[in-house]
Design a protein around this ligand. Sequence first.
Ligand code: URA
Length: 233
Amino acid sequence: MRLDKYLAETAQCTRSEAKNLLAKGRVQVNGTVCKKGDTQLKAGDAVAVDGQPLQYQQYVYIMLNKPEGVVSASTDKRDTTVVDLVGDAYPRRQLFPAGRLDKTSTGFVLLTDDGGFAHDILAPKRHVSKTYTVVLDTPLTEEMCAGFAAGVTLADGTALSPAQVTALSQDRLTVQVVLKQGVYHQIKRMFGVYGAGVNGLHREAIGSLGLDPDLAPGQWRELSLEEVSKITR
Ligand code: URA
């Protein structure tokens, strides 16, 4: 890769800012100042700016706690999107949400620029689970649990894979739902089969990676590669 492109990607700056750093002699390759943006880097070359080593990261993975009213998209004409919440922290990255939550739903949304990974975790055959806390307007019944465990058929004929649903509260109005599928409005439609409405829906985890409790609604942070691996583990 060319040094100026590498700089822009690792130091999160534009190409012209990268050129500026180079022109000012602030960039070192293997300890020697280098001013040429078209220098081809070899594997193992160590690049530093002002003596601080840069580490190349091919993709970025972000955990966001989506607040109500924000849409799961990259851009939108009317509404704030999950990508808007990250602001201009990653000007060189084309971030998008890997999986959607409804505008009224809250919780864990994964943002990335890694299309292959997003495709993998959304593919039904990969069986990556998503765990939700759901508030119902009608108590959870044994009939619903048995139906979801066997796989219910939605009003439009879509046959759903088995889903695990358990009561979290004594009144059986707050429940945990674990899905390995991502059909549009799946949870609302599942409960709709039994005439139950959903008053609140919060995504707690993707795979075995739980939403960081320190992230308030609207806050986000980058994930370590160890955390990313928990998503598919
Ligand atoms: N199921 C829904 O109905 N809504 C969501 O946001 C997620 C799953």
